[in-house]
Write a protein that binds this ligand. Sequence first.
Ligand code: HEM
Ligand code: HEM
Length: 233
Amino acid sequence: MPKLVRAWDLPTRLFHWALVFCIISAWVSFEYAGKLGDPTLRWHRWNGYAILVLLVFRILWGFVGGSTSRFEAFICWPWAALGYLKDTLAGRHRAYLGHNPAGSWMIVALIAVVMAQAVLGLFTLEHNEVTAGPLQRLILDDEAMTKLVQILHGRGFYIILGLVALHVLANVLYQHLAKDKLITAMVTGRKPATAYEDQPEATGGHPLLALVCLVTAVVMVFGTITLMGGRIL
Ligand code: HEM
Ligand code: HEM
């Protein structure tokens, strides 16, 4: 049994699985709103706020979280990602404890696209005009903009689905073909000790600090919406 080292702090793992849950719930709460007796999409909107809080939390955590969760640990130039992909395709596996250079671009894309989707939700109008996001009235007079936001919020979900499919496929391939147990590590937080290119073991990421980030994220999300004149219902 190889020695295991710490790879991911608990807050990052909780963030990840909570985000997965909320994305699924975003779809269910819209698609089955009628059957669930929620025509004004209350559940969907609260679910969207939860996603915004999670993302703002993750951005704050990217500055003060555990060593593998920090942006400075994984944000890299595109050519680093290309070089990594080239090596991988040539069969040269390069072991990373945190996000590898190619994976880190996928992570940034996922966070950016989900963030855009949630922000668009704040401004969107339900197609029967039964309900709307809390900031919809800011663009209500601009019919073309309202229509555009509606279309983008509808289509955005498919972009998320496409990225998630690629993300899950890559992780499953690593887990089973490259025998680099990324999925297990996102659950347990641990990986076998080896000569990783980035760092030997994750440090920092105290849950109390995460709690401070979470409270700050809640204040930032609801504070910004309120300051912009939105009613959170
Ligand atoms: C809605 C679906 C999903 C979204 C939006 C999503 C998003 C993300 C994000 C943002 C991260 C970065 C974690 C961080 O540093 O905070 C991540 C990492 C990761 N995700 Fe997902 N994820 C999704 C589904 C899944 C599923 C279903 C699996 C497992 C089969 C998975 C496995 C992983 C793994 C293993 C990592 C770490 C990758 C690495 O070691 O570099 N994800 N995901
Ligand atoms: C990442 C977070 C979110 C996801 C993945 C998401 C996903 C979706 C999806 C798939 C639809 C159906 C679009 C269609 O087929 O026309 C929808 C509609 C809607 N969403 Fe979201 N949403 C998110 C966040 C939000 C937020 C934060 C709000 C407001 C607080 C919101 C408000 C609405 C409204 C009012 C509709 C109805 C639009 C229509 O009927 O065309 N969403 N959302």
